[in-house]
Write a protein that binds this ligand. Structure first.
Ligand code: TYM
Length: 343
């Protein structure tokens, strides 16, 4: 079976973008592949954070994975920092990653501009190397993510290839290794629709956990009244009739895509159904569809969080399975670089 890995940062509430861009795809993959889904807590400290919030957010993110339908019988769910190999491999990979590659990362440029020089820790720059470790440790084939992670995935592939070229093959064999490549080079898997869910208040900006206004996103745990208000107040335009792919109407395209995915309809069906609708007619349809899609997830979330021991057990179990795979790759990487083996 092919292997799949992915994760979400525990920084605040999970929103519809995280779900439609990533978690929803994970659920569909767990029957077909060996899947590992982690909560990337080490990634959540690249900008200033509140320790207590990190603790809470890590637990609630794990609960949300389960509520969305990740099945611990099929997938391994674990916390990134619990498997030390992630942090260890990151050091090795950092030393083969040219700083120029990191400087080119769009997310780094955006985040560091917003944070201001004084607040930018070096972890914000090396963050994609940690992400590469998350992926490469598991020799995975596919990484299901939203569109905004495409560039980081490319970087992980480049790092894998560079490491393999520098230290794999005959050199590694001479040191007692298997020879060949140390890391498998993975592929990104980006959903065909809603891979980039946009803000409710600006159709040209990504829906994001860090946007100051909560009005800009629909959180997975928003209650029906909140969802109703957010959609009621969201940005629209003055054109009648709803349409996909008109670059002049980013809000319209975005909300149609959300509608398409939460109703499991095809793009054609939605285009046909909505082409003559005004915004005033479309918004209640969207509101109902979002509320009813999220309802069972919210019910499960409440059940799961009522029993905190349940989650702890699942995370401990997932961690064991993950460590088994990760430690082999880490040992290979050390060996290929010529580190004296531990006795
Ligand atoms: P994060 O926590 O920002 O987002 C988690 C996942 O949600 C997707 N996503 C979106 N998809 C569609 N529309 C949006 N508006 C939207 N916002 C977020 C992201 O693409 C992502 O798939 N660095 C990663 C986490 C990570 C990771 C990994 C992912 C760390 N290590 C290894 C895969 C494999 C991040 O910050 O995602």
């Amino acid at each position: 079976k092919k292997r799949v890995v992915s994760g979400v940062q525990p920084t605040g509430a999970i929103h519809l973008g995280n779900y439609l861009g990533a978690i929803r795809t994970w659920v569909s993959l767990q029957d077909l592949y060996n899947t590992l889904f982690f909560i990337v807590d080490l990634h959540a400290i690249t900008l200033q954070h509140e320790p207590e919030e990190l603790t809470n957010s890590t637990k609630s993110t794990a609960a949300m994975y389960l509520a969305c339908g990740i099945d611990p019988e099929k997938a391994s769910i674990f916390v990134q920092s619990h498997v030390a190999a992630h942090a260890e491999l990151t050091w090795l990979l950092s030393c083969v990653t040219p700083i120029g590659w990191l400087n080119k990362m769009i997310q780094f440029k955006e985040k560091s501009r917003k944070a201001g020089d004084e607040n930018v820790g070096s972890g914000l720059l090396t963050y994609p190397v940690l992400m590469a470790s998350d992926i490469l440790l598991y020799q995975c084939d596919l990484v299901p993510v939203g569109e905004d992670q495409r560039q980081h995935l490319e970087l992980a592939r480049d790092i894998a290839e560079r490491f393999n070229n520098l230290y794999g093959g005959r050199k590694w064999k001479k040191l007692g290794g298997r020879g060949g490549r140390i890391f498998k080079v993975p592929e990104a898997m980006i959903p065909p629709a809603a891979a980039r869910v946009m803000s409710l208040t600006d159709g040209t900006a990504k829906m994001s956990k860090s946007a100051p206004s909560d009005q800009s996103r629909i959180n997975m745990l928003d209650n029906p009244d909140t969802i109703l208000m957010k959609i009621k107040r969201c940005k629209t335009d003055s054109v009648n009739g709803m349409e996909f792919d008109n670059p002049e109407r980013p809000e319209c395209n975005n909300l149609l895509s959300v509608y398409q995915v939460v109703t499991s309809k095809t793009k054609q069906e939605v285009a046909e159904e909505c082409k003559d609708l005004s915004w005033g007619q479309f918004k209640p349809l969207l509101t109902d569809a979002v509320i009813s899609h999220l309802k069972p997830i919210q019910v499960r979330y409440a059940e799961i969080t009522a029993d905190p021991v349940y989650i702890d057990r699942i995370l401990a179990n997932g961690e064991d399975k993950a460590r088994e795979i990760a430690d082999v790759t880490l040992a290979n990487a050390y060996q290929a670089m010529g580190f004296l083996p531990r006795q």
